[in-house]
Design a binder for this molecule. Sequence first.
Ligand code: HEM
Length: 336
Amino acid sequence: MAGSSQQRVKICLVLCLVGIVSAAEYSTSSSSTTSSGSSSNYLLNPLFYVSKCPRALDTIKKLVTNAVLYEPRMGASLLRLHFHDCFVQGCDASVLLKDTATFKGEQGALPNVNSLRGFEVIENIKAELERQCPGVVSCADILTVAARDSVVALGGVGWPLGLGRRDSTTASLSGANSDLPSPFLNFDGLVAAFQKKRFTVNEMVALSGAHTIGSARCLLFRSRIYNATDIDSSYAEELKANCPKQGGDSNLSPIDTTSKNVFDSSYYTNLISKKGLFHSDQQLFSGVSAALQVKTYSSFPLLFKFDFANAMVKMSNLSPLTGNQGQIRNVCSRVN
Ligand code: HEM
């Protein structure tokens, strides 16, 4: 009895703390942040396209929703594309630039190659917006809005977005290799990767809930299902059927074994039952306060969705190019 009321007090405390952190983030979210954390003076503007391209946001929403209806995994792929854009040079669509004979972009980086998807959905949206309002809507904004609309299409809550990002003329292969977290990281390594972009441990745990949707390749979790001890044994056995010791590197399994196409909090419930797919996922249940946050999100899905939304606002504000910086690309895959 005493134990359970203590537990309730603890959960209550965590809820308050998470609420305060979320509120603090929300109130600063309109100012832009560089990928190394310092603030800049300009603001992105939620009304940026209202007169310049009035149907831009409706068009993105419609095309994203159709793409997700056609293939639910596309919602996950677009969300990840945005993450892999923002965590390198900031949200500047650098990830969309294809390699050329003279230019090596981010798509060949280890975390991206044979892995990132959704480029053609973004390119289709861009083509439609170029027909409506030539030279106005950036690829960086399209990607940012598409990530939000993907989460909504799969059952998450949306978030407000400042707009007016511009597109980079550069990309960073080395940045993509160094700054995107690996699924083999331990808790401290994950904390360091997110700290580098000025995210708190709380925000890291919330953002990791993105793994409630989408799929992953066998080569990224093989060592875990054959060797780890912090994994449910029947879950590991199930996964082995589609991820043999040798071969089948690209065979896919859902990251959230319960509901791969629904943006819910079952990712966290799975971690409690040692059913995290990646080593890095399961690590979130090893830090004391992170584990409490995992339990809280498992019990209060709406709290997870709001914290996720707030952390995504912060991610979307990483180092945008604005004003005269960069350009508005004609097509997203190459500079003008
Ligand atoms: C915490 C550190 C993270 C690590 C180590 C990590 C790692 C990975 C890996 C290895 C994959 C599978 C790639 C493949 O099979 O080729 C993946 C998939 C995915 N990641 Fe993460 N990720 C992390 C955080 C995030 C964040 C912050 C987001 C978004 C906010 C995100 C969204 C996704 C999504 C949606 C998928 C599925 C994509 C699809 O099905 O196409 N991840 N992640």
